[in-house]
Ligand binder design. Structure first.
Ligand code: PLP
Length: 381
């Protein structure tokens, strides 16, 4: 006898078509996507093995090599947000028992520690107060002490707004046969970055910040040295979805099915990268620098100060000290509700102490700064 099961309608909302407020996203990310990129995402999907799509994947690979200034053959976009690309980097680079030295000066350094530990790394850390960066002497001492297989640094620490200099680090790493792994989530496209010249072996990023694309297709790259380590592994990569030995066959000559790529996000990423190439890297870096300096000047004129020393401030993300007696959360809420402007609050050690203001990709423009400064003039006590 067949039993009739009645449909549970409790989740069956009767909704009007989607309506989302239009916001100016000046927080730590996402930033607003470029209108041309949004048009691209609206294109009908083709199959993930369609020759037109495979050609687009090749274009993405080439453009990613350009924006990262690398010739790494294994340079792809991971289907997922920056965290997926971060996990791909750790999962492929780390073998259980590897000593991994991580520079922790903010929230994302800590995330690397957590992730590397989950993949069996023998994690060692060097730490700095949030907002500061490591110098070469400090890194050299730590490398000598721990002789790690991998040194991981966050180039652009989104929780603090600090830019970790990378020049010279690789020379220290080579002495100990250490691979250099770098988080470039908040720097790619907006901050000078020369992966090959700086000897970076593993890097990852995201689409929704300096590239001006929605989140979901995240840049990943591995040097020949890092690929060699991957090929010599004694154990399988402990994450099937992110295993580069498998994924590399989809992005490489074999074109073996691996997963159904989020086709429309790849359209968007391709367009975002095309626009960046059209502007030129040097122009994009200069634009980010010019607009952030205009922001800093405007904020100082309002009596506000920045958390990070100027030399190490990111052009993409600024941490602004919340003045004593001011309710930072209430100000951010007012900016959102009354002016449709999103800014971020502090994380971890900086919670309640700073606002985080992002000028990334398409949003790094004088008129976004003007809008924010005008709104702040109204809402600050
Ligand atoms: N690393 C850094 C430095 C970040 O700022 C972020 C996100 O803001 C991530 C990793 C994780 O990226 P996602 O949020 O796209 O997963």
């Amino acid at each position: 006898m067949t039993q009739t099961i009645s449909i549970n309608d409790s989740g069956r909302l009767q909704l009007t078509p989607l309506e989302i407020p239009s916001r100016l996203l000046l927080g730590p990310g996402p930033s607003n996507a470029h209108p041309t990129v949004l048009q691209a995402i609206n294109t009908s999907p083709v199959g993930h093995l369609d020759p037109a799509f495979l050609a687009l994947m090749d274009e993405i690979q080439s453009l990613l090599r350009y924006v990262w200034q690398t010739e790494n053959s294994l340079t792809i976009a991971v289907s997922g947000t920056g965290t997926a690309a971060m996990e791909a980097t750790i999962a492929n680079a780390v073998e259980p028992g590897d000593v991994v030295l991580i520079g922790v000066a903010g929230y994302f350094g800590n995330r690397l520690v957590d992730m590397a530990g989950r993949y069996g790394a023998d994690v060692r850390t060097i730490t700095k107060p949030w907002g500061q960066v490591f110098n070469l002497d400090e890194l050299q001492t730590a490398l000598k002490t721990y002789r790690p297989a991998i040194l991981a640094l966050v180039h652009a620490e989104t929780s603090t707004g600090a830019r970790q200099p990378l020049e010279g680090v690789t020379d220290l790493c080579r002495e100990f046969g250490t691979l250099l792994l770098v988080d470039t989530v908040t720097s790619l496209g907006g901050v000078p970055l020369f992966l090959d010249a700086w000897g970076v072996d593993l890097a990852y990023s995201c689409s929704q910040k300096g590239l001006g694309c929605p989140p979901g297709a995240s840049p990943f790259t591995m040097s020949a040295r890092a690929v060699e380590k991957l090929q010599q592994r004694q154990t399988k990569v402990a994450n099937w979805y992110l295993d580069m030995l498998l994924l590399g066959k989809y992005w490489g000559a074999e074109r073996t099915y691996h997963h159904t790529a989020p086709i429309n996000l790849y359209y968007a990423l391709r367009e975002a990268l095309r626009l960046l190439a059209e502007e030129g890297l040097a122009n994009s870096w200069q634009r980010h620098q010019k607009n952030v300096e205009y922001l800093w000047e405007g904020l100082e004129n309002l009596g506000l100060s920045m958390h990070v020393e100027q030399e190490y401030r990111l052009p993409t993300l600024t941490t602004v000290c919340i003045p004593a007696g001011v309710d930072g959360k209430a100000i951010a809420r007012q900016l959102l509700n009354e002016y449709n402007i999103e800014i971020g609050g502090g994380l971890g050690e900086l919670a309640g102490k700073v606002w985080r203001v992002g000028l990334m990709g398409f949003n790094s423009r004088k008129d976004s700064v003007d809008q924010l400064l005008a709104a702040l003039r109204q809402v600050l006590p």
